[in-house]
Design a binder for this molecule. Structure first.
Ligand SMILES: O=C([C@H](O)CO)[C@H](O)[C@H](O)COP(=O)(O)O
Length: 210
C-alpha cells in the first residue's frame, strides 16, 4: 500500500517546503487541481525537478481531450494523470493510449459517479492503472466519506489498482487500511498538521503494519 500526499491549497514555494518535510514518508506527491488552476503545469514541472525520486501526480481531473491533456501533463513531468470516471469512454481510452506512449499512468477519479460498481467494472476494462473513490471537499463538508465505496470497487475491480481520497486523517486511516486499497491519498490530514513530518511518519508506520 502506497501513500500519496495531496497538495491543494499551496503555491509552488509552499509545495516544495511541505514535500521537503515529508518526502521520506510518501511515495507520490499530488499537484492538486486548485494548484494546477493557480500555477499551471509549471507546478508539476518544478516539483518533479526538485524531487525526481518521487512520483508526481497531476490532478487534472480530465473530462475531455484525454490524449492531448495527458500529453501536456507528461511533457511537464507528471508520472500519473487523473481523468474523471464520469467522462466518456473515448476520453479515458485516449488518455490511456497517450499514457502508454509516454510511459505514464492514468488514475480514474470516480468522484460523483452514481452507478459506481457498474462504471468501475467498465473502466477497469479500459486498461487504466488506478481507479480511485473520492469524496470531494463539497461532499466532505456534508459529512460524506468514501470508505464504503472503496469496499464496493474492491469487489469488482480486477485489473487496476484501487485508491481512496477525501478527508482521510490519522484517526480514520486504520479503517481505510482494513479495506486494503493499493493507494491512500491524504491532503489536509497531513498539510493541516503543525508537525507534518510526524503525522506523515505515523501514517507510513500504520500503512507498513497493514
Ligand atoms: O482531489 C482533491 C480535491 O478534489 C481538491 O482538488 C484532494 O486532493 C483530495 O480530496 C485529497 O485531499 P483531502 O480531502 O484534503 O485529503
Amino acid at each position: 500500500m502506497q501513500l500519496q500526499l495531496a497538495l491543494d491549497l499551496v503555491d509552488i514555494p509552499e509545495a516544495k517546503k511541505v514535500v521537503k518535510e515529508v518526502e521520506a514518508y510518501i511515495d507520490i506527491v499530488e499537484i492538486g487541481t486548485p494548484v494546477v488552476i493557480n500555477e499551471g503545469l509549471r507546478a508539476v514541472k518544478e516539483i518533479k525537478e526538485a524531487f525526481p525520486h518521487l512520483q508526481v501526480l497531476a490532478d487534472l481531473k480530465i473530462m475531455d481531450a484525454g490524449g492531448y491533456e495527458v500529453m501536456k501533463a507528461s511533457e511537464a513531468g507528471a508520472d500519473i494523470i487523473t481523468v474523471l470516471g464520469a467522462s466518456d469512454n473515448s476520453t479515458i481510452q485516449g488518455a490511456v493510449v497517450e499514457a502508454r506512449k509516454q510511459n505514464r499512468k492514468i488514475m480514474v477519479d470516480m468522484i460523483n459517479v452514481k452507478n459506481l460498481e457498474e462504471r468501475a467494472q467498465e473502466i477497469d476494462e479500459l486498461g487504466v492503472d488506478y481507479i480511485c473513490v473520492h469524496s470531494g471537499y463539497d461532499h466532505q463538508a456534508a459529512g460524506k466519506n468514501s470508505f464504503e465505496e472503496l469496499n464496493s470497487i474492491k469487489r469488482v475491480v480486477k485489473k487496476a489498482k484501487t485508491a481512496i481520497a477525501g478527508g482521510i486523517k490519522l484517526s480514520t486511516l486504520p479503517e481505510v487500511i482494513q479495506a486494503s486499497p493499493d493507494l491512500v491519498i491524504v491532503g489536509g490530514g497531513i498539510t493541516g498538521l503543525d508537525d507534518k513530518a510526524a503525522g506523515a511518519a505515523e501514517m507510513r508506520k500504520l500503512i507498513r503494519q497493514g
